[in-house]
Design a protein around this ligand. Structure first.
Ligand code: ARG
Length: 560
């Protein structure tokens, strides 16, 4: 329910056009203390316009307002403070949630529109990095949020499965490789071969030429090279799929860079036709204003990452007809995406307006960039297993008789990693500490999950049956902060999509959990004449927590 709108139409009676509607929306604040009301409008800007003191203006506005819409309106120190009608609001919000259930918050504003999201996109034959983990978690949540607003979403894993490094890998495998070892642990074995190649190339420079030749054979589609490459790709993908399965993540397309091999000539032709290609030191480039030129072909005629991304963008537009196309990739690739969008603009692809790079910060350990390589390699899968083990320990301490402990620990351990990432604005760096992210108290995923489990058990104990005809006029002061947060849920989803920022939802869930736990601690829910009404509130909290967690890509266990 949009009380802001009602407030604004009341404000407009007095100020009539001096400030635009959109600016009014931005100016409305939340008062610093609850006892100052639910919404506040500062009159300082109007003071400049009217050349009057803001205190007087606030008083005049209050005089003009129709108070029946609100419980009370006050002018305090240059602010117009509004107290919402608690009974009316709680009735409306709770009835909405009772009727809509997990559909609550669905806006449908993007119905009929398509969004492609390119996320995760790890590199074959290399370990899945912390950066890829962030991309995976953020991209997955954005996909779910976009669907909640009505988008048809296409999830794309643009695998890094092409490039000169595969030529080197083929040479290394043919010289020193062992089939059995690669099958046993593909990623670490292929990485070891890749590292050995570089060590040996220091001593024997002909190796680099051999690598280039092998890549040429690959680009020319020679059978033996292709067979090896395909095998490396399959084995790596098996390994990555274990991580996706743990995280509960799926993709609609695994078309990686290699998929665009036969689609790049066309791109080069279009560029040539539009007179955009120029020779520069033997290479072929597109000149750009404000950025360095975009490299299309190397001196030896081979194509590059950017060329493949151009082909991929065109392919996605032609096949999916996207309205929006997101790339969830670390901020170190910002220039690459600026160049990509600029080249498409030069090609007169006006649909490039719908494309956006969604960058994010790094994962740190003790303030330093965390790499998945520590001495030898630490696989991400091991980090996840460690989180699950720690969750098992925590659950055993709290609830030793819990059934299905392993499954729940998995949901909690993985949820902890996801939440720890998504509660921060994505551009911030985040510190990775399993202990911190797994506590049941504080700003963690397990805390929100635990609150959900608590609400569920309360409903069970109270033998609650939802009934949408319940008249919920909660008189408790304590219920009010909870209801206000429930009311904000649809807004926070809209904001999360507009800013491509799942932390909007994570933060709301934290606040809702805190407010609910406070309610739980002060109000006797089960032993009162208002039991049905209060349990209805508990029920709506449970719905919103569960749906919010789902939008972050997390499970909501009913017991913990
Ligand atoms: N494989 C790349 C990397 O790990 C990320 C690819 C991102 N997607 C894209 N279309 N460029 O750095």
């Amino acid at each position: 329910m949009d009380f802001k709108k009602e407030f604004i139409s009341e404000l407009e009676k007095t100020i009539d056009g001096v400030i635009s509607y959109d600016n009014l929306v931005k100016m409305i604040e939340k008062p610093k203390h609850d006892n100052l009301g639910d919404l506040a409008f500062p009159c300082f800007e109007l003071a400049k316009h009217y050349r009057k003191s803001p205190i007087i203006i606030a008083e005049e506005i209050v005089q003009e307002m129709d108070v029946s819409t609100f419980e009370r309106v006050e002018s305090v120190g240059g602010y117009v403070n509004v107290f919402l009608n608690k009974e009316k609001v709680s009735q409306e919000v709770l009835t909405n949630i009772l009727n809509e259930k997990n559909q609550y918050g669905y806006s449908g504003i993007a119905e009929g529109k398509t969004m492609t999201i390119d996320y995760s996109s790890p590199n074959i034959a290399k370990p899945f990095s912390m950066g890829h983990l962030r991309s995976t978690v953020i991209g997955n949540s954005l996909a779910l949020i976009a669907e909640k607003q009505g988008y048809r979403v296409i999830r794309i894993n643009h695998l890094g499965d092409w490039g000169t490094q595969f030529g080197k890998l083929i040479v290394a495998y043919q010289k020193w490789g062992n089939e059995k070892k690669v099958k046993e642990s593909p990623i670490s074995e292929l990485l070891a071969l890749y590292i050995k190649f570089h060590e040996e190339a220091e001593k024997d420079s002909t190796l680099n030429d051999q690598g280039r030749e092998a890549f040429k054979r690959l680009e020319n589609g020679e059978r033996e090279a292709i067979q090896l490459w395909r095998w490396f790709r399959d084995e790596s993908l098996k390994e990555f799929n274990k991580i996706y399965e743990l995280l509960g993540i799926r993709f609609d397309s695994y078309h990686g860079e290699a998929f665009y091999n036969d689609k790049m000539d066309r791109v080069v032709d279009i560029l040539a036709e539009k007179n955009l290609l120029i020779e520069s030191e033997g290479a072929t480039v597109v000149k750009l204003e404000g950025y360095p030129p975009c490299l299309i072909k190397k001196r030896d005629g081979t194509t590059l990452y950017a060329t493949r991304d151009l082909a991929a963008a065109i392919y996605r537009q032609e096949n999916y007809h996207f309205d929006q196309s997101l790339y969830v990739v670390g901020h170190e690739q910002s220039l690459h995406f600026k160049q990509l969008f600029a080249v498409l603009k030069k090609m007169d692809c006006d649909w490039q307006e719908g494309m956006a790079h969604i960058p994010f910060g790094m994962i740190l350990k003790d303030g330093k960039k965390m790499s998945t390589r520590k001495g030898k390699i630490v696989l991400l899968e091991e980090v996840i297993q460690e989180a699950v083990q720690l969750a098992v320990k925590n659950i055993e301490g709290k609830n030793p008789n819990l059934l299905e402990k392993e499954e729940i620990a998995k949901q909690v351990g993985i949820g902890a990693i996801i939440f720890h990432d998504l509660k921060n604005y994505r551009l911030n760096d985040i510190e990775f500490s399993l202990e911190d992210m797994l506590t049941f108290e504080g700003e963690t995923g397990p805390y929100v999950q635990y609150t959900h489990a608590r609400a569920t058990s309360l409903l069970r104990k109270g033998e609650f049956q939802p009934d949408s005809s319940t008249v919920v006029k909660l008189k408790d002061e304590e219920a009010w902060p909870v209801i206000k947060l429930l009311n904000q849920f649809p807004d926070s989803i809209a904001k999360a999509l507009a800013e491509y920022d799942p932390s909007q939802i994570a933060k709301l869930l934290l606040e809702l959990s805190k407010a609910f736990n406070k309610y739980y601690a002060t109000v006797k829910i089960l032993t009162d004449d208002q039991k049905q009404q209060r349990l209805t509130l508990v029920y709506t909290v449970k719905i919103v927590l569960k749906e919010g967690l789902r939008l972050l890509g997390m499970k909501a266990p009913t017991e913990m």
